[in-house]
Structures are given as C-alpha cells and as structure tokens.
Write a protein that binds this ligand. Structure first.
Ligand code: HPA
Ligand SMILES: [Zn+2]
Length: 331
C-alpha cells in the first residue's frame, strides 16, 4: 500500500452503487462464466464506450453491464473485487446502494443478490477490516408500486439494510412519487436517503427532505442554485454525499474546477466525498479526494474534515465510529 496522506486518511464511502464497481475485466470474466454476450469487442472497447453525455447515457451502459451478474457467486465476486481495491486505497467503511429491481427484471432472484453480497460483506470485515452497510435502492423511473412490492418482498433481508434509497433517472421522477414507500420504510425502522439535485432541480432536494424525511441527500449539488435551500441544509446539518468525478463524467459540471463544492462548504453545509460508480467514472475514493485536492487546492486539514464528516454520518455502530475517529486523528 502506498504510504501517503491520502491513502492513510480513513475514508468512509457513503455513496456507492455496488453494480457500478464492475470493472470491464470482471465483466468479461463473468460474461464467459455465465455465457452472456457483451456488445464490446474487448475490455479496451468497453472502457472506450464509457463516454457519457448525461445521467441517462450512463444508466444505459450501467444496466447493460450488470447483465453478467446472475448467481450469488457473481455478486460476491463483484463486491470482493471492489472491496480489495478499496482497502488498498485506504477505504475503511463502505455503504453500498443495491439495485434489486435491475436484477429481478432479468429473472435474477433477490436471494442470489443478497446471498452473494452478504457473504462479501462478512469477508470485508474479517479479511480486510472494512465495515459495510447496505442501502436498498428503488429505481425512481419505475412505478412506485414496484418499489413498495420490493420493500415487502425484501422482508427476510431487512436486517441487512440500514436504509432505503432512491436512484436511477432523476428528471421527471420527483421524490414525492415515493412518499408512501418511504413512509412504510420509516415504519419498518429503516433510515432514508435519496438522490436529489444531481440532474433534477433544487425543489427535488426540498421534496426529499419534506416528503421522504431523508437523513442524507445523495449528490445535492444543485442546491447551489437556491440560497435559501443552502441555508436550510446548513442549519439542519443535512449531509450531502457529493461525487466529484461522477459529476464531471456525467456533465453535471464541465470541469471539476467549476464544481460547487467550495461554495457548499463556504455556505456551511456538511459535505462528504464519494465515488458513486468508480468503474465507470474513472476513479475510486482516493482518486476523488486527490482530484479535489488538485482542483481546489485543499489543505490536509480540509481533507480530514471531509473524511470526518463521513465517519460521523455513517450507518455504523458507535464502537466502530470511535475507532475510526481515532484513526482519523492519527492519519
Ligand atoms: O449517479 C447515479 N445517479 C442516479 N442513479 C444512479 N445509479 C447508479 N449511479 C447513479
Ligand atoms: Zn449515485
């Protein structure tokens, strides 16, 4: 392991889609194992195809790529492959969004997904000293009734989920569409997070707060367009899980230097740095921190503050949080 500050920094990742960690190498290996055909001639051609114009152009390839995930073993390999890379760059805690609907629609049972992922999470803890949490994500471009059905059907695995989340195509699919589903999740004792203000307007961030009662906003970068909203987010201490390289690759911003992160921090918001879909967006947690350090000239103190925000906002037990606080002080 490289012994530099950014690697030593204990990084907790609060915004990651486990299906977005599928590197082309593993995609090809699993395609062969499962007899699935891919639209790419080779690994290099797959990487070349990752040239996105917006969220939807990414989602099309993201759903296509996961067609190679069929059996529990595939999901375990997917997660372990990522956990090993993450451990090597100093990631100590990972909260992963899981998109069951994207697998159910292909005839892959939830039991295959969960068996594989829970096995990997157990190994992450015992073999890599990485703690994990899972977020049951609903695809917002699918009907709310399907999300409700998934919430009920996933009852045997509710103990494995810390929260429910909302992802996929944002525009035209406001948080209010899922008000009842999130109310039910709350009744079941699950925390709530939602993607809002990535491509969608600031009003979606308000809706997520008011109608879904989320404790964190995933992305949330379009809050910079609404000063009152920024004040509210700062006052309420709502955590934003910002994904800098994702925002560049999906053209939410043209260049990282144009990103609203410094504005959000200056306005007093609690922001964290995350990788989103590292296999598709050109880098993991360390790369995201490094790119921000370069673009914004941030000091090590600022980077530590960001890493600390994630440790404080994570779904983890207090013993683990205390241990990670200590590692942060020593980094
Ligand atoms: O960045 C994202 N945004 C919305 N949905 C997603 N699903 C995977 N990644 C993303
Ligand atoms: Zn995301």
């Amino acid at each position: 392991m490289t012994d530099d500050f950014l690697t030593r920094l204990p990084k907790a990742e609060l915004h990651l889609h486990i299906e977005g960690t599928l590197e082309p190498e593993l995609m090809f290996a699993l395609a062969e194992r499962n007899g699935v055909s891919l639209p790419y001639a080779d690994i290099e051609a797959a990487r070349q195809a990752y040239d996105f114009s917006d969220l939807q152009s990414f989602l099309d390839l993201y759903y296509q790529g996961m067609s190679v995930l069929v059996r529990a073993r595939d999901f375990e390999d997917l997660a372990m492959d990522y956990f090993r890379r993450a451990a090597a760059e100093g990631v100590v805690h990972i909260e992963m969004h899981v998109d069951p609907q994207a697998h159910l629609s292909r005839g892959v049972a939830l039991s295959e997904v969960m068996e594989g992922l829970t096995a990997a999470c157990a190994k992450a803890r015992s073999e890599l000293d990485i703690s994990t949490a899972m977020i049951l994500a609903f695809l917002r471009d699918q009907p709310a009734a399907d999300a409700m059905q998934l919430l009920e059907d996933s009852t045997p695995w509710h103990d494995h989920f810390s929260a429910v989340g909302l992802d996929s195509a944002e525009r035209g699919n406001p948080p209010s569409k899922f008000q009842e589903v999130f109310a039910r999740a709350r009744e079941l004792g699950l925390e709530r997070v939602a993607h809002a203000g990535e491509e969608g307007p600031p009003s979606y961030i308000r809706e997520a707060l008011d109608e879904l009662q989320v404790c964190r906003i995933d992305h949330g970068v379009r809050a910079i367009e609404d000063v009152e909203l920024m004040e509210r987010l700062a006052d309420e201490g709502t955590v934003l899980t910002v994904c800098p390289l994702s925002n560049v690759r999906l053209k939410v911003v043209e260049r990282l230097e144009d990103h609203g992160l410094p504005t959000l921090i200056d306005a007093g918001l609690v922001v964290t740095i995350n990788s989103d879909d590292p296999a598709y967006f050109g880098g993991g947690m360390r790369d995201n921190f490094a790119a921000c350090q370069r673009a914004f000239g941030w000091s090590n103190e600022t980077l530590k503050w960001l890493a600390g925000n994630a440790i404080e906002a994570a779904f983890m037990d207090e013993e683990r949080r205390q241990a990670l606080r200590q590692r942060l002080v020593e980094s």
